[in-house]
Design a protein around this ligand. Structure first.
Ligand SMILES: NC(=O)C[C@H](N)C(=O)O
Length: 297
């Protein structure tokens, strides 16, 4: 099994070494798995449980103070599963896998996705809000009223795509820690992305991560997982574009480079992508940093 994982594109993290160790552990865990789908779920599962990453525990807080998780998974037979807006669900990627493998659908949301998780043995009711995220949110004088009041509040805090996925936002809180993985056993591929979204987004906001073609994509040619400014990633379907370049015969590194060049030219925003094809793994980002790890067994 060959696996590549990422820990999000954005500003340079304060603690790159321990984060890299967790990413290396996640990739190694994936490389031990029996299938590409098992590999991406178990690799990302490690990262969802680590509060350093913006997925599962430690996920971004929305304007009402809740953490809601999103994830999507796709395999090279073009089966897709995605789940979004899930309070209390640490392993969003496992719920996406349930949608992929146990339902005739491609996307399930909100309370029904949480019910589905519980039905299929994915833990629910987990406290995802870390003390650090709670304090940061409370310090921002959060809104209590109507959606319009929330919109006024977030207008001054949410920032542009670059603020959130490259530079520093006004709140010094860039979300560069979405996680993803792509794996292959030499025959088929799987790609997954999991996140808590973007800090201080409107309650109920869903970004690129669980949208097929945007946060993740996979065909027989290979797979991709994206991270960064979600609204801009969705506008250009970044993961789909990276896999398109693989389909055109480019190697994984060139496909990743081209996809990010195109993304930047169209949006002027910040993102990163990991790509895995027949010939190997590649990654590219136009933000300050994006940590990755590759393992093979
Ligand atoms: N940091 C991230 O990658 C955030 C994610 N793309 C989102 O917009 O939900």
């Amino acid at each position: 099994m060959r696996v590549i994982v990422h820990g999000g594109a954005g500003g340079a993290p304060d603690d790159p070494e321990p984060r890299q160790a967790v990413l290396d552990d996640a990739a190694a865990r994936g490389a031990d798995a029996a299938s590409p789908l098992d590999a991406v779920e178990s690799a990302v599962g490690v990262l969802e449980s680590d509060p350093r990453f913006n997925a599962g525990v430690g996920g971004a807080v929305q304007s009402d103070g809740a953490v809601r998780t999103d994830a999507g998974v796709m395999t090279s037979d073009r089966e897709v599963g995605a789940a979004c807006s899930m309070p209390g669900v640490e392993h969003a990627a496992s719920v996406a896998r349930v949608v992929h493998s146990e339902t005739p659908h491609v996307f399930v949301s909100g309370e029904h996705a949480v019910d589905l998780a519980a039905e299929f043995g994915v833990e629910t009711g987990v406290d995802l809000l870390t003390d650090e995220k709670r304090e940061r949110y409370e310090a921002e004088d959060p809104p209590r009223g109507s959606p319009r009041e929330h919109l006024d509040w977030l207008a001054s805090r949410f920032g542009s795509g670059d603020d959130q996925a490259g530079g520093r936002s006004e709140t010094e809180a860039p979300d560069h820690d979405t996680v993803g993985a792509v794996a292959t056993d030499g025959e088929t591929f799987a790609a997954v992305t999991s996140t808590g979204g973007r800090s201080f987004a409107l309650a109920g906001r869903v970004g690129d991560v669980p949208q097929v073609g945007s946060g993740f994509f996979c065909t027989e040619a290979g797979g991709a997982s994206a991270t960064g400014a979600g609204e801009d990633i969705a506008r250009v379907t970044l993961s789909r574009r990276a896999v398109d370049f693989l389909d055109d015969g480019l190697d994984a590194q060139t496909a990743a480079d081209r996809a990010i060049e195109e993304f930047e030219a169209i949006t002027g925003s910040g993102a990163g992508v990991i790509v895995l094809g027949d010939g190997g793994a590649g990654s590219a980002f136009n933000t300050e940093g994006m940590q990755t790890s590759v393992a093979e067994k």
